[in-house]
Design a protein around this ligand. Structure first.
Ligand SMILES: C[S@@+](CC[C@H](N)C(=O)[O-])C[C@H]1O[C@@H](n2cnc3c(N)ncnc32)[C@H](O)[C@@H]1O
Length: 340
């Protein structure tokens, strides 16, 4: 069980048996053990899948809770991204009854202490009720009359020139590369080659910049965009819509929820999980990619130049070409069925 969950368990008697909105819970059996009437919301599809196994309580994978409540209390599991935490706080306060408690638990290294201080500076009444397992638990009094966040107001966008037109890329808080084109993504886009008609996949789509460029380049492509994060998927949908482009946007943990074969997979894959560097998702995606590519279909990937993906791609595909290299990034290409 996660440290934050252990701290909640130690304090279970404080939470009472009140109807609780839980935001951003970890993927462990805590909520089932607490035996509270809870509805939880996660932005992480892997957590959503895990929680469905652990508990019978309703869990939603969405940007905002669909049921307004009001709840008797809320419990927030800290997010280290400040913009995400602000959104969680606003959502919690908007969905509880006036004068209710909002519990906040988080690891010290995720910045729980500074988050609590920022709330106190903003006039929120809160007290620290426990400190253990490198975590803190705070009890805050929800301010009255807080409205749920309006997504429209939260988008940041930027324009980029692409194939004789301009594309507008829209991102919600916490989405990778918010408000600007990432340098690695830009390098991949420069070396996108000829985009095939037929099914193509943007894996780890973020705000949907790669998928939008694919569709704008090749209108006959059936573009699929997948990501694990609800904010990313919502942003990608908006990016496509605002540019009058079509595409299938859906959640997937790795390639787990992706079915069928593709002409090509394009990706600037993830290298972080929470506060840690983590190559497991990308390593697994590279291993699974061959099964999702047609014969002659290709994987095109940009990654930090120091990562050992060329060796892995060579092992899996029997070929790996470096299409471009800078001091920071490398664009790699592998073809299914070549060199095997
Ligand atoms: C480096 S970002 C690239 C975003 C976007 N394609 C771009 O180029 O701006 C990697 C993306 O992978 C997503 N991601 C992380 N873990 C994932 C997983 N297990 N399955 C699918 N997507 C994941 C992240 O949410 C993030 O949006």
């Amino acid at each position: 069980m996660y440290n934050t969950s252990q701290v909640i368990l130690r304090n279970a008697d404080r939470l009472e048996k009140l109807e609780t909105l839980v935001l951003n819970p970890p993927a462990d059996p805590l909520l089932a053990q607490l035996a509270l009437p809870v509805r939880s919301l996660t932005w992480d599809y892997s957590v959503f899948l895990a929680l469905q196994q652990y508990q019978k309580n309703p869990v939603e994978f969405a940007v905002q809770p669909s049921a307004r409540g009001p709840y008797d209390q809320a419990l927030i599991f800290m997010s280290k991204a400040q913009a995400e935490f602000s959104l969680l706080w606003q959502q919690a306060c908007a969905h509880v009854k006036p004068g209710s408690s909002v519990w906040i638990v988080g690891e010290k290294r995720e910045g729980i202490h500074s988050a609590a201080k920022r709330l106190a500076d903003a006039g929120v009444r809160l007290v620290k009720v426990d400190s253990a397992r490198h975590c803190q638990l705070w009890q805050a009094l929800a301010p009255e009359n807080v409205s749920p966040p309006v997504l429209e107001d939260l988008y940041q966008s930027f324009e980029m020139p692409w194939a004789d037109r301009k594309l507008t890329i829209c991102s919600l808080p916490g989405v990778f590369g918010v408000g600007r084109l990432d340098e690695g993504t830009a390098l991949l886009l420069e070396h996108m080659g000829e985009v095939p008609a037929g099914r193509v996949l943007d894996f780890g789509c973020g705000a949907g910049v790669i998928g939008a460029c694919l569709k704008a380049t090749q209108p006959k492509a059936e573009v699929h965009l997948v990501d694990i994060h609800a904010m990313a998927l919502e942003s990608a949908r908006r990016t496509l819509a605002i540019n009058d482009l079509s595409g299938e946007v859906y959640p997937s943990d790795g390639l787990g929820q992706v079915s069928g074969k593709f002409r090509a997979i394009y990706t600037n894959p993830p290298f972080h999980a929470g506060v840690k560097t983590d190559y497991r998702v990308t390593t697994q995606m590279i291993r699974d990619a061959r099964d999702h590519l047609e014969q002659g279909g290709e994987l095109r990937l940009v990654a930090n130049a120091f990562l050992h993906y060329p060796e892995l791609i060579q092992e899996v595909f029997g070929n790996c070409e470096t299409l471009a290299q800078t001091s920071k990034f490398r664009v790699l290409r592998a073809v299914n069925g070549q060199g095997r």
